[in-house]
Ligand binder design. Structure first.
Ligand code: C2E
Ligand code: CA
Ligand code: CA
Ligand code: CA
Length: 278
């Protein structure tokens, strides 16, 4: 079956489809990539809605594949999850983000970085140890790191997930609930979880200008975040109109192509997006 979504999905379909050889090949390539430094992180700023400053960035993994070119996470995270490579890949992301935070610290840049955790990382027990080791190795303080997990994973009421989230909190690492509004959140559970941040899913942001319902949902999420004293971030902001509506509704931070695409550290520097004042 062919899916919509452009060239990006072709490789994924091939990997998960009838051609098992291609899937195994990609998996072998990924194993090698983890050894050979072919993975990299792009960073997408979260912009302070009040003053336009950038204080935090989301790390998004990329793979510079020797034959297929630069691949996005949709093209290889599913393969990593299927072949048991996601913990190694996730560990690499955590170490690389901490290494970069260490570099920025030494340059006098006070920035925070978010990393995305897959459900498999959350369910296995080692992610908190991986994070603590990486923070120690690069001399980074825990409050500079945020872990983004999707709403559906966050709401998983299992011992492993709960232990992991408690461990993160003990370590002083911040928790952000990604794609908020798309899953089923119990509000009492949200209080118990005590995340520091909610990220409003892109689907609501997209419909802000055309749908009164989307606007009502965004307004409700912002009020909820206020009441619980959480930072609220809107993702997928693509237009000035969306940004203005979000600002008027009281959103704290904005993220999306309208402000900046995910980019390499060199591109962030070249674009003047990282300054020691901001
Ligand atoms: P996400 O965490 O929801 O990340 C946001 C995605 O939306 C990113 O795609 C980003 O490039 C894209 N985006 C940002 N602003 C806009 C916008 O204004 N418009 C539109 N249309 N898109 C925007 P990307 O980098 O392809 O990542 C896709 C997903 O892959 C992420 O969704 C996240 O779930 C996952 N992912 C990325 N990096 C990692 C990682 O290191 N580990 C794990 N486990 N998952 C990752
Ligand atoms: Ca995210
Ligand atoms: Ca998201
Ligand atoms: Ca999303």
């Amino acid at each position: 079956a062919k899916r919509a979504g452009g060239a990006g999905w072709a490789l994924f379909d091939q990997a998960m489809g009838a051609d098992a050889r291609a899937q195994i090949e990609l998996q072998e390539d990924l194993r090698a990539a983890l050894q050979r430094d072919e993975l990299l992180l792009h960073y997408q700023p979260k912009v302070d809605a009040g003053n336009g400053q950038i204080r935090s960035l989301e790390a998004l993994v990329r793979w510079q594949h020797p034959r297929h070119g630069l691949l996005g996470p949709g093209q290889f995270i599913p393969v990593a999850e299927r072949f048991g490579l996601i913990n190694a890949l996730g560990g690499w992301v955590i170490r690389e983000a901490c290494r970069q935070l260490g570099v920025w610290s030494r340059q006098g840049l006070r920035l925070r970085v978010s990393v995305n955790l897959s459900v498999h990382q959350v369910r296995q027990g080692h992610v908190v140890e991986q994070i603590e080791a990486a923070l120690r190795e690069h001399g980074v303080s825990a409050d500079q790191l945020t872990c983004e997990i999707t709403e559906s994973v966050a709401m998983e009421d299992t011992a492993a997930t709960q232990a992991m989230l408690a461990g993160l909190a003990r370590a002083g690492v911040k928790l952000s609930i990604d794609d908020f509004g798309t899953g089923y959140s119990s509000l009492s559970y949200l209080c118990k979880l005590r995340p520091q941040e909610l990220k409003i899913d892109r689907s609501f942001v997209q419909d802000l200008e055309t749908s009164a319902d989307a606007r009502a949902v965004v307004d409700a999420i912002i009020h909820l975040a206020r009441a619980l004293r959480l930072t609220v971030v809107a993702e997928g902001v693509e237009t000035r109109d969306q940004a203005e509506v979000l600002l008027a509704l009281g959103c704290d931070e904005l993220q999306g192509f309208f402000f900046a695409r995910p980019m390499s550290v060199q591109a962030l520097v070249a674009g003047g997006l990282l300054t020691s004042d901001g």
